[in-house]
Write a protein that binds this ligand. Sequence first.
Ligand code: ZN
Ligand code: ZN
Length: 369
Amino acid sequence: MDYQKRIERLSNLLRTEELEALAVLPGPNLFYLTGLSFHLMERPVVGLFSASAPPRLILPEFEKPKAEAAAVALELFSYGEQEGASLSAFQAALSRMPADGRAVAVEPLRARFHELGLLQAASPHTRFVTGASLLASLRMAKDSAELAAIRRAIEIAQRAMDQTVPLIRLGMTEHELASELNVQLLRAGSEPEIPFSPIVATGPNSAHPHAVPGDRRLGAGELLVLDWGATASGYISDLTRTFAVGEISQELAEVHRVVGQANAAGRAAVGPGVRCGEVDRAARAVIASAGYGEFFLHRTGHGIGLEAHEPPFIRDGEPTVLEPGMTFTIEPGIYLAGRGGVRIEDNVVVTAEGSSSLTSSPRELKVVG
Ligand code: ZN
Ligand code: ZN
């Protein structure tokens, strides 16, 4: 991973947007820029990236060796264990903030009252704004190393599913099946921090897009939704397949067929220069024209990368224009309360010519159990 190049791209974006700096917290953004991982806990860790100064990192004294070994040179501002010690590290790190009124962007989804309070106390005249759009511009299009990691995460997830499907038995609980899938994910080579705990939902539970596996047993004539992913080099995959447990009704089979068509239409709509909203509309139109429009309860997809939900978002009216290297899910679904649901989720990448599906697990309705 070329961290120096990423930091340079960030510096250019900061100049264009006339921002003084970007503050990031432990998690995907700090990892993206430095390769460093820290836990988000009570001892604050903040990275400060500006166009005019070397990257700075505020961190506990005992974490210094880790930061010194980072792939990029960082100016370190450390603090000890005594109460209130971190404020002086924040003050030192922010002491060279120019007073010309340029704002500092802050990573919005991880920054807490904790860090924001310290940043404000250390630099009372600085304006802090959200770094959401800056970070989206920085991370949406993936480079070849990132794409290779996503491909690996998909390969692992698909291998884990190949190993899990033969273990599916009538009468086993959702929780038992989820445990098998978790084991197979780790065995296939996923990093221990899987992107999310797998969704295993049968029968009426499959009508909830975010069902949590429980004690319900797999019964004949029901749908089974499996939504799972793996992690490789910090990058994730996110797939969903829907199975038939034994013989299912014609209506449920028809719902599966419609969702499959919507998934194909969504994937076919992807290409450079296309707006995210148009991709959503392409998938949604198939489901609406089959009469199930009101049962497609969520957006068509979301970006994937270091996070399982990141920009771009494939939703109605989203104006973001697709560019080569962007990776996201196409995951239409139909959810019939009390009866069951179907979702088919693939991971795609925008290419110079159009797009390609990175996932290849069979999408046809398979009978299990
Ligand atoms: Zn998913
Ligand atoms: Zn998803």
